[in-house]
Every structure is written in C-alpha cells, then in structure tokens.
Design a protein around this ligand. Sequence first.
Ligand code: UDP
Length: 461
Amino acid sequence: TATEDATAAAATTTHILVFPYPAQGHMPALLDLTHQLALRGLKITILITPKNLPALTTLLSTHSTSIDTLVLPFPPHPKLPPGVENIKDIGNSGNAPVTASLSKLEGEVIQWFQAHPSPPQAILSDFFLGCTQQWATHLNIPRIAFFSVAALLTSILTHLWQHLDKLHSSDIIEFPGLPLSPSFPQHHLPSIFRNFRDGDPDWEIVKEGMLANSKSWGYVYNSFYALEGEYLDNIQKELGHHRVYNVGPLSLIGLSKSSDTKYEVLNWLDTCPDGSVLYVCFGSQKLLTEPQIRALALGLERSKTRFIWVVKSVSSQQVPDGFDERVSDRGMVLRGWAPQVEILHHKAVGGFVSHCGWNSLLESVTAGVMLLAWPMEADQFINAKLLVEYTGLAVKLCQGEHTVPDSDALARIIYESLGQDIPQKARAKAMSNKALEAVKAGGSSAAALDELVKELTQLGV
Ligand code: UDP
C-alpha cells in the first residue's frame, strides 16, 4: 500500500547510533536486535572500540550497505589494565571503570555527529551506558536504553534506588510493592548496591546510570511476556514509562550463532540417549574456587549421570587428578569455550547447571531445558528467584559465590533431576514453546519489535 511504501522509504533514511557494552553478557543480544533493525531498513552506525570490532564481523558482512562503524580508541582509565577493552578480560569488578572510560568518548561522538551529512536520529545503547543519555540530550535526539537483564531486576533496582535507606536498616530486604512481593537477604543483591557509599566513584557511575536510564525515551528488554509479564507491566506502571518493548528472546531472531565447525562434543552427544546429559557451565567469566571444583567433581562423579562440564582454560581451574579417566565412560570435561547454544539445543541434553546469568537463562528456556540453579553474584540470585520460585523452570542446586556444596547432596539432586520426570522439565518445554510463539508474527515480542521499528522510523520522517 501507499502507506507501507512511505514507511519503507522513511525507514531507509532513519539512522540509529548503536552503542553496545563490551561484555559477552551484553553485546551479542544488542547486535541481534541491530540485525533486526537493519533487516527492516533502518540505517545503523555501531560505535565500537578497535578490539571489539571482530565481534561485529558477521553482522557487518550480512548488512554490508546499511551498517557503518564508528571506531574510536578505548580511553585509558587508572583502574583498568592497559589494552583491555572488554569485561571478559577483567571480570565484573571492571564494570563501573569501563563505563566511566567509555563515557569519555562524548566529545568525539559529538564532533562526528556534527560533521555527518545525515546524522543519527536516535541513540540505542546498553543500560550500562547511561552517559549516552547526556550525549543524546546535547544532540537533541532520543536515547533508547537496551536492557540485557531481567525486567524483574530493573523493578527491584528501581525500588531499591527509591529506598536506599532500607539497605542500611535490615538484613532481609522486602519489596512489598512489587508483583509477588520479592524479598532477599542483603547479600543476594548486586554488591554495588549493598556496599554503596556516596562519593565512591564506582557508585557515582551506577547512580548516574540509573538516573539517566530513567530519563530515556524508551526501554527495550531482551525478555518476553510469558516469562516476565508482571514485571514488564510493573516497569510501565512504576516508572510511568510508556515505551517498554519486550523483544526477546533475541537469540531466536538474531544471526545464526552456529559455525561450520563440527564440535567433538556434539558428536559425543549424538551417542547419548535423549535427555540424559547434564550440561554444566558458569557463563563467560566466573571462575570457581578450588574447593568448589573438588566438590563439583565429586558430585558429578557420584551422580552416575552423563555430563559435559565446561572448565575455563586457566591454571586455577584444574579438575582433580585422574578425574577425566574416572568419568570417561559418561562425562566430558570441555576446556575453554563451549558452543553453548548448540549444546543446549541437542536432544541428549536434559539439564543445565548454571550460575543463572541472564543470557544462559534465556538460552536454556529457549531450548526447553530445565536448569539446576547455582547463583553466585550480581543479578544471578534475582534471576534464580524467577526460575526456581516464580516460574518453576529450575531446581535449586546450591547458592553463593564462596559456598562449597556437599558433594553427596549435589549427586543426589543431579541424579534425581535428570533421572525422574519432574515438573520443571515439562514447564521448561512449555516455556520454550511460548518463547517461540512470542517471536513469531503476531506474538508479543514480534509485535513489540514492530512497534519499536515503527516509532524509530517516525523519528526519521
Ligand atoms: N558462553 C558460551 N560458551 C561458554 C561460556 C559462555 O557460548 O563456554 C555464552 C553463553 O551462551 C551466554 C554468554 O556466554 O550467551 C554468557 O552470558 P550470561 O549472561 O549467561 O553470563 P555472564 O557471562 O554474563 O556471567
């Protein structure tokens, strides 16, 4: 129709500056969303530092004409080792310094913008990059905050933010105004909130980010209504934020992550019965302590269950001597980086021991695999509550960053969860169908994405 033609023509002229946060748990999801925006005719420039550029290779080659890059050097910061441009090399403790460092790019971005023949009409940036709200204000364009975390987390942090005094007055923090009235012991809340101190530069960065996000034009969530409907609604009501777009799980509509490599681990999975293998992996960064490694090794050994255990290839992560040989008939220790999404989608996999990072959680839910939750830090306790208590998609395995679990208890939970027809398995399958429905035409996430594209397109008219 004429209206559709007009919208398509306008879309080709709408230009968005995308600024991802350099961490494994943040960047891929925003690039998946960028892929969708480019497919729908929006013109994109991605702001990136040199060492993170290779992460864009596939996206750039897929959309050769509609995606440009603005490559700027990573500004140095006294708390960051020189040469580091991604959180994978420094761990969560680097989050606030990386944000502070990237905020220094403001002058260069504004110069680039002012010299550009057709500058962007909006900035779409990670929620850790609150600084971009100020850039957008200077440039007089809207900023959209992309949340690579749970809507439940944002609801809780927003509430905490309004009641910081609670943190100093009680051990158990309650959130009676939120759906399902969550409550947490203090030490299960993200550490920057627990230990906040005015004047601490890291806390000031987080504060600035919270304030900036609350002023942004719109919120985009890598989540979906069947999983987090109450909280997505709550964000609209609590924050009075009318533009909340739940577009996830983005991995279902992003660029394919599968590679041509035929991983040995997938060949091995082909030989295992359906639903018989436990996949164990604690995300892209987390290192276990030596006693935790020993306890987990013993638990896996005693569970008599098939497993794949992803162990980081650094010297501190050695499994006990002889472990590989003792379990060789039914277990595989995978050193380094695992093709997680492909493993989870293999029909031999029946459970996932996870730290409950948001991406791992979504990937497991999308694949219809129940989780065995071992939250350790950051937002993971909050995600685990959503999984274990609210949606019943996970079994509780253990909790705590320094907790050393009892090996016999681990073995028993693993053996019973994998071996029996427990309700978490059926719920995970049902939730995976809902995730698929959400991103199909007419589904809640597809509709939200259409709406987002429509509104962004109008900015270019
Ligand atoms: N991941 C992977 N292979 C690994 C470890 C991690 O593919 O060996 C991916 C995983 O699929 C997920 C991301 O890294 O997409 C980890 O993100 P998450 O939010 O779960 O945890 P984080 O790394 O931020 O703690």
